[in-house]
Design a protein around this ligand. Structure first.
Ligand SMILES: *Cc1c(COP(=O)(O)O)cnc(C)c1O
Length: 437
């Protein structure tokens, strides 16, 4: 056995990791290389071999304030002295109450009720349960299906997976066990010219199946891991109106977009529409702990119990973990006290300007951006291990997938650091484009 407490040899660690530990979406037979990180500070990840990388990923949308933040550290340490965890059945605590208060205050007025979960996928499961239970309690037991759009990503558990894009969302392998939901075409950008034809299929699917549909599930404005697609706010207004007219609930999954990422605190603010149910996660704890929340309107929350005794059928073991809730409270306060809007706007302008030259590269199909998100889409899928290594050589942490090379850096990133990210994208794609000619 390697005693990891005393072994200083990163190579031994990596060998053990490779042999025994699954990483996200990897093979145990032919795993992609994983770099050992020894620490992280501000917007930098420090590798075990001493190299420092500027982080372009915010650890998958989460570390909005950067790493090792003194205030977030202090909040967790203080909470640790009173309690790390306590069950939430029959008990409550200040960190959960403080966090719920902030979520209710910051989100749209109708959203008054909070369910805490341990991850984003679970918050989507809970949102689906809420919608189905709501209609069940009204005696509409046929309303159990969901309508969504192509290109979405809502998580890896079965309920969440069933509304992910059916092509790139693992549906094929699990076709026999996944519930069959309804998919409208992927929403698109309008560039100032909306066309009603874009919503035609959605409208027909909704109207033709309204007696079976419990809810529409959508990532507002930006579809994340399903393809980094940015779409017109007009869709959200139409979705909202059509849901209202057809007695269908509207669920927004803001697990990726919430807490300022798109330039608004929540992406639904771009359209000024309010969902019945809202999923939050990722950036909620500033990247410190896993925690998510499902918020519901009073209509939904009370409707679930309309038959007199309906209880929401969910209750995770680590529900409302106090350490996670406490650091989420601190992260939200830190965000609101920071000039996050100016930071995100500045990042948006800089990304727009500095990624634009990528359009000229032969391998590039599209360049797009919104808020603190920048995306370069390539014509063919990139060679992951090669490209990953190139980025590391360029001193940045950018992890592409499929045809997408994208960044969503911490909001505290400095202009020169951001230029390093965008410059690395250009350089690496230029080299890759030449090689594949
Ligand atoms: C990441 C993500 C999820 C899943 O969250 P996990 O915490 O990974 O379970 C769901 N929806 C969206 C939009 C996401 O970006």
């Amino acid at each position: 056995m390697i005693d990891f407490k005393i072994s200083k040899d990163p190579k031994l660690w990596r060998q053990y990791d490779r042999k025994h530990i699954w990483h996200p979406y990897t093979s145990m037979l032919h795993p992609l290389p994983a770099y050992t990180v020894s620490s992280a500070h501000g917007v930098c990840l420090k590798l075990a071999d001493g190299r420092e990388l500027i982080d372009g990923m915010s650890s998958w949308w989460t570390a909005i304030h950067g790493y090792n933040h003194p205030r977030l550290n202090a909040a967790i340490e203080e909470q640790l002295k009173s309690m790390a965890h306590v069950m939430f059945g029959g008990l409550t605590h200040q960190p959960a109450i403080g966090l719920a208060e902030r979520l209710v205050e910051l989100t749209a007025k109708p959203l008054q009720h909070v369910f805490f979960c341990d991850s984003g996928s679970v918050s989507v499961e809970v949102a689906i349960k809420m919608a189905i239970q709501y209609w069940y309690a009204q005696g509409k037991t046929n309303k159990q299906r969901l309508l969504t759009v192509r290109g979405g990503y809502h998580g890896d558990t079965f309920g969440a997976m069933s509304v992910c894009d059916p092509v790139n969302g693992m549906h094929q392998m699990f076709a026999g066990v996944l519930p069959q939901h309804l998919f409208a075409p992927r929403p698109q950008r309008d560039d100032g010219k909306w066309d009603d034809v874009w919503i035609k299929d959605f409208k027909e699917l909704l109207e033709n199946n309204r007696n079976e549909i419990a809810a529409v599930v959508i990532e507002p404005i930006v579809q994340g891991a399903g393809g980094m697609n940015i779409f017109s706010a007009e869709y959200l207004r139409r979705f909202h109106r059509l849901c209202d007219e057809n007695d269908v609930l509207l669920i927004f999954d803001e697990i990726a977009t919430g807490f300022g990422r798109t330039g608004r605190l929540f992406a639904y603010e771009h359209a000024d529409v309010v969902p019945d149910i809202l999923c939050l996660g990722k950036a909620m704890t500033g990247g410190y702990m896993t925690l998510a929340a499902t918020l519901a309107s009073t209509r939904v929350a009370e409707g679930i119990s309309a038959d007199g005794h309906g209880v929401l059928m969910h209750g995770p073991t680590f529900m409302a973990n106090p350490l996670a809730c406490r650091v989420a409270v601190e992260s939200i306060d830190l965000l609101l006290e920071s000039p996050w809007q100016q930071q995100v706007n500045a990042i948006e302008k800089q990304i727009q300007k500095e990624l634009a030259p990528c359009r000229q590269l032969p391998g590039v199909a599209d360049v797009r951006n919104i808020g603190a998100i920048g995306v370069v889409e390539t014509k063919i899928p990139v060679e992951m291990p090669w490209m990953q290594e190139q980025f590391v050589k360029n001193g940045v942490w950018i992890r592409p997938f499929g045809n997408l090379v994208y960044i969503m850096p911490p909001y505290i990133i400095e202009p020169e650091q951001l230029s390093k990210l965008t410059g690395a994208i250009y350089n690496v794609l230029e080299e890759w484009g030449q090689e594949s000619d």
